[in-house]
Design a protein around this ligand. Structure first.
Ligand SMILES: Cc1cc2nc3c(=O)[nH]c(=O)nc-3n(C[C@H](O)[C@H](O)[C@H](O)COP(=O)(O)OP(=O)(O)OC[C@H]3O[C@@H](n4cnc5c(N)ncnc54)[C@H](O)[C@@H]3O)c2cc1C
Length: 289
């Protein structure tokens, strides 16, 4: 037993109460963005599925800004080769969205494979990315797709690549409003989580800006930050790719720091090459996005 923070007596060790905080529930993005400028220290809440864990870990917000009534953040659109997904879109919403199913069905399939039913209706894209936990999968999925995050604080706008989530000096601040993915040059995308938690691989094949194909694989694990691996191939179609060669070339880029007590670096490189080859084999059989 321990004393409750609000002075209301003894409580069980696994329970704790938050000190009083100011709660804002804006109903528009402009209002929410203005609040983040007025209260830069505020904690932003979306579905709260991760925040509950953060409260248990010691997070005590003085100001909480809930985004639940900001409907603009639930928009999904596909225009001129760019898919834009609002940060408040839930895992269920993302994996069943007609816009995503028609423009990038493999993203819907990958998104549909994560979390439990309860969390799939509650957890959001923004919360999954900005919790910045190694075990969460949307950073891995959207990094391989070269996704970009769009932020607003007051009237200031900023765009950052999803892959910068793990840079300590990435300058993340304000409200994540949406994530965009360029679909025009994307030839194929797939996600392998069969070896989770030790290793997952998210893989995208794009037409290279000049010639050939650009392959991006993002390797995740529950215990280490995701690693972005890339390979440029001279091939003009996915069928021409040598899956063994590409798998080995990508796996070799995995830095030594990717190894840990759950798997040596040699084992992880082996997993990445196997999962990459499996994805490329799938890609040659089905070149739809
Ligand atoms: C039982 C369980 C199983 C799970 N399984 C999986 C799984 O298999 N794969 C997986 O990837 N994840 C899994 N998760 C994690 C889950 O996907 C995340 O908790 C969820 O996506 C977080 O979204 P949220 O809206 O609830 O975030 P919140 O808890 O509201 O917020 C999380 C963090 O993001 C910040 N934030 C949220 N939205 C914004 C925004 N728009 N702008 C700025 N900051 C913002 C908050 O300030 C907070 O720091 C699981 C969670 C649970 C509890």
């Amino acid at each position: 037993m321990r004393a409750q923070k609000l002075g209301a007596g003894l409580i069980a060790q696994n329970q704790s109460a938050l000190p009083p905080f100011i709660l804002y529930r804006p109903t528009s993005l402009a209002e929410a963005a203005a609040l983040t400028q007025e209260h830069p220290e505020a904690v932003i809440a979306a579905g709260c599925s991760d925040l509950v864990a953060q409260f248990r870990e010691g997070c005590e917000p003085g100001v909480l800004i809930s985004l639940q009534h900001v409907d603009e953040l639930r928009a999904i659109s596909q225009e001129r080769g760019v898919l834009r997904i609002g940060s408040l879109v839930t895992h269920h919403g993302g994996s069943t969205s007609p816009e995503i199913l028609s423009s990038l069905p493999a993203l819907a399939a990958a998104w549909g494979s994560i979390a439990t039913v309860r969390i799939r209706y509650r957890g959001t894209l923004g919360g999954n990315l900005l919790a910045r936990r190694f075990r969460y999968e949307l950073p891995i999925i959207f990094s391989a797709l070269d996704g970009h995050m769009h932020f607003q604080a007051g009237e200031d706008l900023a765009t950052l690549p999803v892959s910068s989530l793990w840079d300590s000096d990435a300058g993340i601040s304000g409200i994540l409003t949406s994530v965009s993915v360029e679909t025009g040059t994307l030839l194929w995308y797939g996600y392998e989580r069969s070896m989770r938690p030790v290793s997952t691989v998210s893989l995208a094949v794009r037409k290279h800006a000049v010639a050939g194909l650009a392959i991006t694989a993002v390797c995740g694990s529950e215990y280490r930050r995701p690693f972005v691996l890339s390979h440029a191939a001279e091939a003009s179609t996915i069928a021409e790719l040598d899956a063994d060669f590409v798998g080995t070339a990508l796996a070799a880029q995995l830095p030594d720091e990717a190894g840990d007590y759950a798997g040596t670096i040699a084992y992880r490189r082996h997993l990445v090459s196997v999962l990459t080859r499996r994805l490329l084999a799938r890609a040659t059989g089905n070149q739809k996005k």
